[in-house]
Design a protein around this ligand. Structure first.
Ligand SMILES: [Zn+2]
Length: 322
């Protein structure tokens, strides 16, 4: 990566940019993040402090090591672990008072590892309040997301990744907040339980167009599905907008009946049984160019081995097309 090259310039090159992803689940597997399992029903959005990012202040070395692994695997973007880092979500986990410290530490650690070798993204996710309280939460959601994007901007991220939003309405609020920072924005919706529409009933094409209209510089999908199953969503988006397409698939195998891993009985404690081979990401990397995907990352279940495989796929397809 050249120092002066912005993420927008990089995403508009023909060669796709390689991301990272899957921090919370990988760190849970290593024992540093709390899944909430055994305490409450996980995956409903109704729980308390599941999969929150306090590891950034509690066990910074564990987070630093995972960033180092992704960088070594070829990631050109390191996402600061600020997912589920809004004050209300952290409050539920008992870390609300540390909201500023957690967001700042996560960005600092990512930046230390990235140096001049990777871009640093702030990760901003859904608040879960649309799932918990419905649309009446919109005002509170705006306050929370506004606070977090400002914390991330002040901490010095290069750009924002808005990800794992189930409701387009909440994503559009998030994009409104994100736009006010002036930072480049990658926005990826998550489709659960259907592949054909998000939680508030919008198709992938409608989501893509709305996100571009709200100021996203790249749009796409993340989480819940493996690469092969996510491709249909990505193609629909590719055909409806002209900005770069971003993909951060999960590394778990889902089924036709239940195309989202957090609804499978293996979530959250039996996911080793649905873990995909890394060749699924190598294949994904190898079709990225022909599928018109400019940002190739990962989400839950992904770790450095998957990113290394995606990098190999990208390299192989590059040399084939020469
Ligand atoms: Zn995920």
């Amino acid at each position: 990566m050249s120092k002066a090259e912005t993420i927008l310039e990089r995403m508009n090159q023909k060669r796709p940019i390689l991301g990272d992803g899957g921090y919370l689940l990988e760190l849970e597997r290593r024992g540093w993040v709390d899944s909430g399992s055994g305490r409450e029903k996980v995956g409903t959005g109704k729980g308390s402090g599941q999969f929150t990012p306090e590891v950034a202040i509690e066990h910074p070395d564990a987070l630093r090591e995972l960033h180092r692994e992704f960088l070594k695997a070829g990631s050109e973007v390191l996402q600061a672990l600020t997912f589920f880092g809004t004050r209300e979500k952290l409050n539920r986990a008992g870390y609300g008072q540390q909201t500023e410290a957690i967001n700042a530490a996560a960005v600092r650690i990512a930046r230390e590892v990235a140096g001049d070798n990777a871009h640093v993204a702030g990760s901003v996710s859904r608040t879960q309040l649309f799932e918990r309280e419905g649309r009446s939460a919109a005002g509170h959601v705006r306050e929370l997301l506004n606070e977090q994007v400002l914390l991330l901007k002040n901490a010095g991220v290069d750009f924002l990744i808005m990800e794992t939003f189930f409701h387009l309405e909440e994503m559009l609020i998030g994009l409104d907040c994100a736009r006010s920072t002036g930072l480049p924005i990658v926005a990826t919706m998550t489709f659960r339980p259907k592949l054909t529409e998000c939680s508030d009933g919008h198709s992938p094409a409608e989501c893509a167009k709305a996100m571009v209209g709200a100021g996203a510089h790249a749009v796409g999908a993340n989480c819940e599905q493996e690469p092969d199953r996510m491709l249909g969503i990505l193609r629909e988006m590719r055909n409806s907008v002209s900005v770069p397409i971003a993909a951060q698939p999960a590394a778990f195998g889902t089924t036709d009946a239940i195309p989202c891993f957090t609804r499978l009985p293996e979530f959250p404690d039996g996911m080793e049984a649905i873990q995909l081979p890394r060749s699924s990401f190598e294949r994904f990397g190898s079709v990225a160019v022909s599928e018109g995907i400019q940002f190739v990352g990962g989400c839950c279940g992904c770790n450095a081995a998957y990113i290394r495989a995606a990098a190999q796929g990208l390299t192989a397809s590059n040399s084939n097309s020469r």
